[in-house]
Design a binder for this molecule. Structure first.
Ligand SMILES: Cc1ncc(COP(=O)(O)O)c(C=O)c1O
Length: 441
């Protein structure tokens, strides 16, 4: 008997009772390798002593002070740190409590920016099909995952969606990466022109698509082309790195690897590593200047923005990542993970694609490799894999609807940055067994 409205009402949930390093434990004493950090959250694994100590120190100093009265040393320090390490042009940070709140705030920043600079007709948001930007109404409207949007559609603001840059599903046979990148980016220019360039406010995209499609990185110079198109039409580029950012792909920001700097960027999960709920918008100088030289405020706010406990945890997480040179480990272990997945699944009759960047990898399952035919969604293969993996002591993040929100199955892997080769090897072995069991079931 529970009084919590859980995600699945009739599911029997295990009780998490503790965690240490790469493992989580349940109240029956079972240990699980946490190979997805929940939903790519726990980048330092569990129970990290330095983060816990920093949280204790902050609780002893200051737990909360409302931001209409005060700033705090710890929030200022975190903002200094994030701006120093941010892509070119980013000058300020806005701290919230998670990814959806970050996306909502970034959308409002984009809108207010155009009001401040005298272009109030700019209101249209263009995003991509099969993207996920959060579950609050603005973020949900921006996301392109049909299943998540369907029943709430009457409540959603109007937005526009182009096809994603998703090589396995959309690149044509014989089409080079460069040609595909050009074609996928052209869809944005076409849509801007169709809507009227003077009405378009922002293009929103996950640098590497996470939850809905399973670690799909952009192809060739796709993002550079997107940046050029946004600049040509005065459209803001909002990169959503809530899942793929903060080191997950081997660089602090995933877009560094594409040579692109956004006007607005959202970050969350790996920012606080699950030790506290925290997200942020990183905004560029030109947006800050428009506010500073205009109304002198950002017309937004929540009770818990810049929460000192959340900022202290995030600062400690980021300090550990830098001190222990963990991005080097993400690169090395990411390469090892890709190699091991290739060895185990490269010739698997039901694995169509292995993709991703760093410690952010996806495995897409298909009924038929040659035609890329997905499994019947009624089979709920992804749910079976999750269950079989858990029974094997492994936590991964499988999802259905990979292709269009309805069909397709993938498994997302996002091991902690502290993992070693033995943990990766055990992850791949247990995943292989779980997929085998799920396919037989
Ligand atoms: C890319 C992206 N944006 C936004 C969100 C929403 O974040 P939250 O669940 O913290 O609200 C998520 C969550 O998975 C995400 O992956």
């Amino acid at each position: 008997m529970t009084h919590i409205l859980h995600r699945q009402i009739n599911a029997a949930l295990s009780v998490a009772s503790g965690g240490k390093g790469i493992e989580l434990f349940d109240s029956n004493g079972r240990a699980y390798i946490d190979a997805s950090g929940g939903a790519a959250v726990s980048c330092l694994g569990h129970g990290h002593p330095d983060v816990i100590a920093a949280m204790h120190r902050q609780a002893d100093t200051l737990a909360y002070a409302h931001t209409s009265f005060f700033t705090s040393d710890v929030a200022e320090a975190l903002a200094d740190r994030l701006v120093a390490d941010a892509p070119a042009g980013i000058s300020h940070a806005y701290f919230v409590s998670g990814g959806s709140e970050a996306v909502e705030a970034a959308l409002k920043m984009a809108r207010q920016y155009f009001v401040e600079i005298g272009q109030p007709q700019r209101r249209n948001i263009i995003a991509r099909k099969q993207s996920y930007h959060g579950n609050t109404l603005g973020a949900l409207a921006t996301g392109g995952n049909e299943w998540r949007r369907a029943q709430f559609r009457p409540l959603l603001i109007e937005t526009h969606h182009i096809d994603p840059c998703f090589a396995y599903r959309f690149q044509e046979a014989g089409e080079s990466d460069e040609d595909y990148a050009a074609r996928a980016a052209q869809a944005l220019e076409d849509r801007i022109i169709e809507l009227g360039p003077e009405t378009v406010m922002a293009f929103v995209a996950e640098t590497v698509v996470g939850a809905t499609a399973g670690a799909v990185p952009p192809v060739a110079d796709y993002l550079r082309r997107i940046r050029d198109i946004c600049d040509r039409y005065g459209v803001l580029l909002l990169l959503d790195e809530v899942m793929c950012g903060m080191g997950r792909t081997g660089t602090l920001h995933a877009c560094e690897q594409d040579g692109v700097a956004p006007d607005l960027m959202t970050i969350a999960k790996g920012l606080g590593g699950g030790y506290q709920p925290i997200g942020a918008v990183l905004l560029s100088q030109k947006i800050f200047d428009a506010f500073a030289n205009g109304s002198g405020l950002f017309q937004h706010g929540h009770t818990y923005i810049c929460h000192p406990m959340a900022c202290a945890a995030a600062l400690a997480v980021q300090d550990v990542i830098a001190r222990d040179r963990l991005l080097d480990n993400v690169k090395a272990m990411g390469a090892h993970l890709a190699r091991r997945l290739g060895e185990r699944f490269g010739n698997h009759p039901h694995v169509g694609d292995i993709r991703g960047r760093g410690l952010f990898m996806g495995v897409e399952l298909v009924e038929d490799r040659s035609t890329k035919q997905p499994f019947d969604p009624k089979r709920k293969l992804h749910a079976r894999i999750k269950k079989a993996a858990m029974a094997n002591g492994l936590l991964v993040y499988p999802m259905g609807g990979t292709i269009d929100g309805a069909s397709g199955d993938h498994v997302l892997l996002a091991p902690p940055f502290i993992c070693d080769e033995a943990a990766i090897d055990a992850t791949v072995e247990r995943l292989g067994d779980a997929i085998g069991e799920a396919l037989r079931g």
